[in-house]
Design a protein. Structure first.
Length: 133
């Protein structure tokens, strides 16, 4: 599993020009899933994510986590995080999990954040062409 985390003041995902999900302060998270990822891998990554101390405290120091600030997560599936560009100019996506496997773990990740950590989670639509901003 790979995630790219961006601290945002606000972020949204659009599909066909229509906003599907949007958040204010929190994390935009692109999540890529590979063949051998399991729920335990997602648990570890997501538990680490919500505890990252990257939000500023009252003194301007990065001491607060997503949990401390009541931040939200915009979670967007991104199979291209497992692209291989070693040969030629056309990426290979053989390391990305097949859609049925990846979507199941993506959905699990959404529910895990909501149920265990009580985080507001917004999403795109798995497998869709999305505009993220």
């Amino acid at each position: 599993m790979r995630v790219v985390v961006q601290l945002v003041k606000e972020s949204s995902v659009k599909i066909n020009g229509v906003i599907k999900g949007e958040i204010k302060k929190g994390f935009l998270v692109l999540i890529g899933i590979t063949h051998n990822d399991k729920e335990s891998d997602a648990n570890w990554v997501l538990d680490k994510l919500v505890k990252l101390r990257v939000f500023k405290d009252e003194n301007g120091n990065m001491n607060k986590s997503l949990l401390d600030t009541n931040g939200a997560v915009l979670l967007v599936s991104q199979f291209t995080l497992f692209a291989s560009t070693k040969k030629g100019n056309r990426p290979s996506f053989l390391n990305a999990a097949p859609p049925k496997i990846a979507e199941k773990l993506y959905d699990y990740s959404i529910e895990y954040l909501k149920s265990k950590h009580k985080i507001k989670v917004e999403t795109g639509v798995f497998g869709s062409m999305m505009d993220v901003g």
